[in-house]
Design a protein around this ligand. Structure first.
Ligand code: F0G
Length: 352
């Protein structure tokens, strides 16, 4: 029987017998080899895709949310709140529903992919579209938590990071050790923080090794790369359209302690990686999830990383492609409408 990640990694997590575990059997996501991608990028590396879209609400957020909502339940919380580019909202709403709490989510108006909005609504969240960007919404949520009886479930809640660090444990368990390179998209910077924490904890206990952390922001939303907040972030990868990340400092620490990099990729590079993943490997992700792969491709092409050196690389694919169906239709093209005849079908299919 599949168990949730709190049960699987209980001894690494701050829970007790008194913590009511709120779980949807998240985690234990597949680590998929990507030989066709490696060939297309002309490298001799072993590349693996950690497909976090396979979590119950379709993103890695479920790892942090099982912890945050379990601890909120332990503390007797009645309502949870978050600001979100969409995935945190969907996950918070699902786990809150399961715990019998009221979810409130603040979304940047007009900037959230449809799949995510539909999930938050389905799980019964009160959905507020804030006329401002994600950073403004997060600011409001923090103020609301100060003044009203509601629990924050953004990644500033330390239990979120605790849950998310289990991704590293799974990778080390699957590979038998840590990879050499860990590629990951960076938005609010909680996930790179969490993975680094996880690798360090496992290494301290099991000598599993430490990867270089390679984080990638979108070019129009790259405050960590630029060294200052971005007032008006823009990118088609709406999940990482963030101008002032909450975990900025700890992301820099992950980069520096691991000898890694935080860099940026263009929207075109993101879309190219998005296409490669689905067309070459059959792995459909949302655009933000492709940012790490785009960064890997960029570094291989530029020679910043040696394509001939024996290397194990893991790319974290943070969210499922169905989260953003509109982008998929725009990117992958036209549907051919045909009359209901065999001849038309054969022609349409290119069989004759
Ligand atoms: N990929 C996806 C699909 C995301 O939804 C996010 C963040 C990230 C990457 C970046 O992770 O913020 O930990 O650096 N989404 C948040 C949200 C901001 O509200 O769903 P991060």
């Amino acid at each position: 029987m599949r168990v949730g990640l709190i049960e699987r990694y209980r001894r690494y997590l701050p829970v007790t017998e008194r913590t009511p575990i709120v779980t949807l059997c998240e985690g234990s996501t597949p680590l998929i080899p990507a030989p066709a991608l490696a060939r297309a990028l002309g490298c001799r590396w072993k590349i693996f895709l950690k497909y976090e879209g396979m979590n119950p609400t379709g993103s890695f957020k479920d790892r942090g949310m099982t912890m945050a909502v379990s601890k909120a339940a332990e503390a007797g919380a009645k309502a949870v709140i978050c600001a979100s580019t969409g995935n945190t909202a969907a996950s918070a709403a699902a786990y809150a529903a399961r715990a019998g709490m009221r979810p409130v989510v603040l979304l940047p108006a007009g900037s959230v992919a449809l799949g995510k909005v539909s999930q938050a609504l389905a799980y019964g969240a009160t959905v507020l579209a804030v006329e401002g960007n994600f950073d403004a919404a997060l600011e409001l949520v923090l103020r609301a938590c100060d003044q009203y009886p509601v629990t924050l479930v953004n990644s500033l809640n330390p239990f979120r990071i605790e849950g998310q660090k289990t991704g590293s444990f799974e990778i080390c368990d699957d590979l038998g050790r840590a990879p050499d390179l860990h590629f990951i998209p960076v938005g609010n910077a909680g996930n790179i923080t969490a993975y680094w924490k996880g690798y360090k904890e496992y290494h301290a206990e099991k000598e599993s090794g430490l990867p270089r952390m390679m984080g990638f922001q979108a070019e129009g939303a790259a405050p960590i790369v630029l060294g200052h907040p971005v007032a008006d972030p823009h990118t088609l990868a709406t999940a990482i359209k963030i101008g002032n990340p909450a975990s900025w400092k700890s992301a820099e620490a992950a980069r520096d302690e691991s000898g890694g990099r935080i860099d940026m990729v263009t929207d075109d590079e993101i879309i190219e990686a998005y296409k490669m993943l689905s067309r070459l490997e059959g792995v459909f992700v949302e655009p933000a999830s492709a940012a790490g792969v785009a960064g890997m491709a960029k570094y291989l092409r530029s020679g910043l990383l040696d394509r001939n050196k024996e290397t194990t690389a893991v790319c974290i694919l943070t969210g499922h492609g169905l989260k953003d169906p509109e982008r998929a239709i725009k990117t992958f093209g036209e549907i051919i409408t045909v009359p209901a005849t065999l001849d038309a079908v054969a022609r349409g299919a290119g069989l004759i």
